[in-house]
Design a protein around this ligand. Structure first.
Ligand SMILES: NC(=O)c1ccc[n+]([C@@H]2O[C@H](COP(=O)([O-])OP(=O)(O)OC[C@H]3O[C@@H](n4cnc5c(N)ncnc54)[C@H](O)[C@@H]3O)[C@@H](O)[C@H]2O)c1
Length: 285
């Protein structure tokens, strides 16, 4: 784990973009807040859920610690933020390693002056039935998708409890509550676990100023997904068509909801597992 950069200055400026181009809603004001985003980079050349979340928090005015196992990705996103006039630091850390998580939280807390928002984005859908998936692969999924959210909460919560405020946003999936047509039991089970970890956190700390909510993205157009299906244009079209809206969601769709959940506009929203899926989970798949 190492801290990479610190620069820039938060403006909270409402006038940077024309209204119709804003990727965030100006009402969800995070000026004066700080956020740590685990998995803030992108696994491809286009914007990911994690990067959109980090940038959206910054656009809403928060100072952001962009954490990624890939140092260059953490740096790239922190730089994107600072170039746009926000405040960001980049930290390299593997979210499955407790010592690295602890150190990342310590550095972010010191550099940003506390942590108000914890955003857990890291997660991978590993395909394979129970018979195909060996114990090692199963354990790796549990550690990456679920234990990571436990570890980050474990190290961010003490600071939040001390300050008496905090918002935790865990990125889950439609696959936590519905069959999505893919055989990935480790993903289904770990994301369902993320939902109930979220609910437990929400109820345990509700009276102490901390809220925890999960976002459940549906079919989102991210680099990870497109890498898996770019070889087949029909598969891409089919993925768009599979959404009730006729199009996949974008990482900004997920990020905007996260900003809302982190903001005071959602101050009475707690323990919710909120689909961001264009209605996918409401439909009989
Ligand atoms: N794309 C979809 O359709 C979809 C649907 C539902 C849920 N999701 C969820 O979205 C999240 C991922 O979205 P994304 O587009 O940002 O993915 P991504 O693959 O682009 O990953 C974001 C970043 O996480 C980093 N990362 C990976 N392992 C890490 C580790 N051990 N420690 C720290 N950082 C690590 C990667 O380096 C990458 O920069 C997952 O939780 C996934 O389950 C996606």
């Amino acid at each position: 784990m190492e801290q990479v950069t610190t620069q820039g200055g938060a403006t909270g400026d409402d006038t940077r973009q024309p209204e119709q181009d804003r990727p965030w809603h100006p009402h969800f004001d995070l000026r004066g807040r700080t956020a740590i985003v685990f998995g803030a980079g992108s696994s491809g050349s286009r914007i990911s859920n994690g990067e959109a979340a980090a940038r959206a928090y910054a656009l809403a005015g928060a100072a952001v610690a962009a954490v990624d196992v890939d140092a260059s990705e953490a740096e790239r996103v922190a730089e994107e933020i600072t170039v746009s006039g926000g405040v960001a630091i980049a930290i390299r850390a593997d979210v499955t390693d407790e010592a690295q998580v602890q150190d990342a939280v310590r550095v972010a807390t010191v550099q940003l002056g506390g942590l108000d928002i914890l955003h857990n984005n890291v997660g991978v859908a590993r395909r394979g039935s129970v018979l195909e998936l060996g114990l090692e692969a199963w354990d790796a999924s549990v550690r990456l998708n679920l234990t990571s959210a436990y570890l980050t909460a474990r190290h961010v919560l003490p600071g939040m409890l001390e300050s008496g405020r905090g918002a935790i946003i865990n990125v889950s999936s439609t696959a936590s509550i519905r069959d999505t047509g893919y055989t990935y039991p480790a993903y289904n089970a770990t994301k369902a676990g993320v939902n109930q970890l979220t609910v437990s956190l929400a109820l345990t700390y509700a009276a102490r100023g901390i809220r925890a909510n999960a976002v459940l993205p549906g079919l989102i157009d991210t680099p990870l997904v497109s890498q898996q299906i770019t070889s087949d244009p029909d598969a891409l079209a089919a993925r768009h068509a599979a959404s009730p809206t006729g199009r996949m969601g974008t990482p900004w769709d997920v990020a905007n909801v996260s900003v809302f959940l982190a903001s005071d506009a959602a101050s009475y929203v707690n323990g919710v597992c909120l689909p961001v899926d264009g209605g996918l989970s409401a439909r009989c798949l």
